[in-house]
Ligand binder design. Structure first.
Ligand code: CA
Length: 331
């Protein structure tokens, strides 16, 4: 296969702290021999495990970039054994535009894996992760939140995997991160996800959903920072003691967890995030936006659990994810 055109300005085998870029050639009107510059920090000391830490896979999700820019600015080699590879803005063009997808090619980075070395800018980024960065990693943490259109309970997540031993390592890492909620996440569509690429390579992979609405809060940023530090300690890379609080274990056993809108209009939420949900309970109403005198359309829960996610903007379109319900795992 062709080589990837991305050139790193850091040496992944060098001890110490390096701040640099992945330089991805991108010729355009305002820069004929220009490049997309993706910030990267490598902190390494001696032999040991490697953690690959990413934020802004979707460019409008902010807890990851906040925690990772802070880690890159503060982590010192003498605090660690092994290596941390830190990319606060994995899809840098999308992040700089404040968008989920790239303004260059409309690329949704978390839907184009494994990527292509000769594809679009977004596909080239994915290919570099697949063939260069993921093979270096033992632990992979990819920060997500709901972005502009969704909002979530603050949760760390792992997936059901075919290999029970690998799944157990991922679940242990999820619990090590120690978000207020810890979820076995069911994906609507696994194809093209970074998660799937990392898991297929046998990595210990966890992700998060820490909030949303296209912003961060003081609470969600603090959860991200504490979880990041916890994960590095759990991996044996960072010295120190885990900072652990009780976490609520969640599961998403079936498609019934997702409530999808079939009407356009004005959303009236009937429950807030974290509320207990009974099967059949009213989750939201959608009011017709164009005239008075019409009854709203009720949307009811197809299963019982907690309201773990919700549509964020006040207006909704058919096909939008209106609500996500997770079941509470006793224990
Ligand atoms: Ca996301």
């Amino acid at each position: 296969m062709r080589p990837n055109p991305i050139v790193p300005s850091v040496d992944f085998d060098q001890d110490g702290v390096q701040h640099g870029f992945l330089r991805l050639p991108y010729s355009r009107d305002d820069s004929a021999w220009g490049a997309v510059m993706i910030p990267i920090c490598v902190v390494k000391r001696g032999d040991g495990p490697t953690a690959l830490l990413t934020g802004a896979n979707h460019g409008d999700e902010y807890e990851g970039p906040i925690a990772l820019f802070e880690l890159a600015a503060s982590l010192r080699p003498e605090q660690i054994q092994g290596r941390a590879i830190i990319l606060p803005t994995m899809n840098a063009p999308a992040f700089r535009a404040g968008r989920r997808t790239s303004p260059i090619d409309e690329g949704n980075l978390n839907r184009v894996f494994p990527g292509r070395p000769d594809g679009s800018v977004t596909e080239k980024i994915a290919d570099y992760f697949t063939r260069t960065l993921l093979p270096l990693a033992d632990y992979v943490l990819d920060f997500h939140s709901g972005g502009k259109t969704l909002d979530f309970l603050p949760l760390a997540a792992a997936h059901q995997l075919p290999d029970p031993a690998q799944q157990a390592r991922c679940e242990a890492a999820m619990l090590g991160f120690n978000a207020p909620y810890s979820a076995m996440l069911l994906e609507i569509d696994l194809s093209g996800m970074y998660d799937t690429a990392a898991e297929a390579m046998g990595k210990v992979f966890i992700s998060t959903e820490l909030g949303g609405g296209g912003t961060a809060t003081a609470r969600s940023a603090a959860i991200a920072k504490r979880g990041l530090k916890n994960l590095l300690i759990h991996a044996g890379i960072l010295e120190g003691a885990l900072e652990q609080a009780p976490t609520v274990r969640l599961d998403m056993p079936s498609d019934a967890c997702f409530c999808i809108a079939e009407h356009a209009g004005l959303v009236e939420p009937c429950l807030d995030l974290g509320a207990e949900v009974q099967e059949g309970q009213l989750l939201a109403k959608i009011w017709s936006p164009g005239r008075t005198g019409l009854a709203p359309v009720p949307y009811r829960a197809s299963c019982a659990g907690l309201l773990a996610g919700r549509h964020f903007p006040g207006l909704v379109q058919p096909g939008d994810c209106l609500a996500v319900i997770a079941t509470v795992v006793a224990g």
